[in-house]
Design a protein around this ligand. Structure first.
Ligand code: GLC
Length: 548
């Protein structure tokens, strides 16, 4: 596959509200991020993806944008943003901005105009339809349900019509069928490109095309046409990282977005592995996941995109629970070992690894006692629906919120054991995880065996050995094992072997004894003494990587 900087990159995702507060208002900000540029350089990441920092009323913490060319006042000013860009670039770290253009805020000037009347230049900027009932306001245009619970339509009396919002009511969907909307999007992208950004993470980009009959919104009929047009108008000829968030794609569909000759995107965030513990009722009905299912999904992506297009590698982000709690073991005994084991997985598959803030510390899920301790619009809308319409009690909902809620990932970054984890001198907008006195960056930096230093090592290895990024011909061993994940990738005759134990108990590798006769050079291990360890066994949550 063609070699590019963004395939070799390790991307660090920052959720600005929760990263570092520089002015004591309890909300993370751009100057706070800039003050941690050296920390990022020490970790060794080569790019940052910044979740939205644009003007927003924060119905969905910045994923509802009211002005694409302005910085959210709580986060600082355009000058702060420029200083952050410079602080990162000075250290060889690129900056990727979040691009949220499936929808805007209902407080965006376009929407304010659009909702006024069915006439006028902005009338068709959003997706408006008549209702189905005798009177227009009786029934919504169709029975689509919002991803954040409840109907996906909201009636606006001014126009006597309904607008579509696939997410919250305050996030009306833009009408990409309207060429003027597309021109607006391309213009705002150029605005940021001209300021020197190194790429975009594109929010739910595979939902931008709805067919006129409104039968689908995922991977809709014109989605590739729109993305190619966007690429030709804005991205072409520039050396950018582009990653499309694409729920509901399999490798064949993904190849249409990221195929090397397609002129669309660089890589996708696929979601199949994030569904591994979703029950019949979806994410809020979680069931225990099986390693055999996770391996089958990840293996399929490794095999089927190899040579065709690029993937991203992640196990958590601002929308998902903490990976060590979900896929590892966050008990005091195993937290560090299992966090390193999962890191080994992410950094030894084909694709670009993403590190979500705090992942490099092994930060865990949080279990706030009451619903009112939570902030997330998705949690709140779901809880309202469940209590008001399904008669469930708050207490019944808490286990699912503790396991799956997005605020697990959004509690403030744990910098030190100082009050509020050193995140703020004020009152934090969302509570800290009470484990910050023990789990924090200061402690991790001081401990050579910390999760942080293990990430440093993996990231350094990636810079030294191209096989980590580019290795192909993925091959699995012990595929039926419910506890061991073992796979090999190769490049130019070299072979990279990864051995992972997803359980707290020792596991035998005798089923792959011939491969382990000459495993090769030990590149990474989460047990200090692995050199002399029993070659045909893995200890609890052990991870080893060999190069031959
Ligand atoms: C994406 C974002 C998520 C947001 C949603 C609506 O899934 O990652 O945080 O709520 O889109 O913008």
């Amino acid at each position: 596959m063609k070699r590019t900087w963004w395939k070799e990159a390790v991307v660090y995702q920052i959720y600005p509200r929760s990263f570092m507060d520089s002015d004591g208002d309890g909300i993370g900000d751009l100057a706070g991020i800039a003050s941690k540029a050296e920390y990022l350089a020490e970790l060794g990441v080569t790019a940052v993806w910044l979740s939205p920092v644009y003007a927003s009323p924060n119905a969905d913490n910045g994923y509802d944008i009211s002005d694409y060319r302005a910085i959210m006042a709580e986060f600082g000013t355009m000058d702060d943003w420029k200083r952050l860009l410079a602080a990162l670039h000075e250290r060889g770290i690129r900056l990727v901005m979040d691009l949220v253009v499936n929808h805007t805020s209902d407080e965006h000037a376009w929407f304010a105009e659009s909702r006024k009347s069915r006439e006028g230049p902005y009338a068709d900027y959003y997706i408006w339809r008549n209702g189905r009932g005798g009177s227009c306001e009786e029934l919504p245009p169709n029975d689509w349900v919002s991803i954040f619970s409840g109907p996906a339509w909201k009636y606006a009396a001014e126009r006597d019509q309904w607008y579509l919002h696939l997410f919250a009511e305050k996030q009306p969907d833009l009408n990409w069928e309207n060429p003027r909307v597309r021109e607006e999007v391309y213009a705002l992208m150029k605005f940021w490109l001209d300021l020197g950004v190194d790429g975009f993470r594109m929010d739910v980009i595979n939902m931008i095309s709805k067919d006129r009959g409104l039968t689908t919104f995922m991977n809709g009929p014109r989605v590739h046409e729109f993305i190619r047009e966007m690429n030709a108008e804005t991205l072409a000829g520039r050396d950018l990282l582009t990653v499309g968030e694409t729920p509901g794609v399999d490798p064949a569909l993904a190849a249409l977005y990221v195929g090397e000759d397609r002129g669309e995107l660089g890589m996708v965030f696929q979601f199949e592995h994030m569904g591994v513990d979703h029950g019949k009722g979806g994410k809020w009905d979680p069931v225990p996941w099986k390693l055999t299912d996770l391996k089958a999904i990840l293996g399929k992506w490794q095999r089927e995109l190899d040579g065709r297009g690029w993937n991203s590698l992640y196990l958590n982000n601002h929308d998902q629970p903490r990976m060590v709690s979900r896929f590892g073991n966050d008990s005091p005994e195993w937290r560090v070992k299992s966090a390193k084991m999962l890191a080994t997985l992410l950094h030894t598959q084909q694709g670009t690894p993403y590190v979500y803030q705090g992942e490099e510390l092994g930060m865990t899920n949080v279990g706030f006692p009451r619903l009112s301790d939570y902030d997330d619009v998705e949690i709140k809308n779901w809880a309202r629906e469940q209590t008001e319409q399904r008669g469930r009690t708050e207490a019944e909902l808490m286990p699912a919120i503790h396991y799956m809620g997005r605020d697990n990932a959004r509690t403030p970054m744990q910098w030190s054991s100082a009050p509020n984890g050193g995140f703020t001198t004020g009152t934090p907008w969302l509570g800290l995880n009470p484990n910050y006195p023990e789990i924090n960056a200061e402690a991790a930096l001081a401990d050579p065996d910390s999760v942080f230093h293990y990430y440093r090592k993996l990231i350094a290895l990636r810079k030294e050995y191209p096989i980590l990024a580019y290795g192909g011909n993925y091959r699995e061993y012990l595929a039926d094992s419910p506890t061991v994940y073992a796979y090999e990738r190769s490049l130019d005759g070299a072979k990279l072997l990864t051995l992972l134990n997803f359980s707290a108990t020792g596991q035998s590798l005798s089923g792959m004894a011939s491969r382990l006769e000459k495993p090769g050079k030990l590149l990474a291990s989460n047990y200090g003494d692995a050199e002399g360890a029993e070659p045909l066994a893995l200890r609890g949550y052990e991870a080893r990587v060999y190069l031959r």
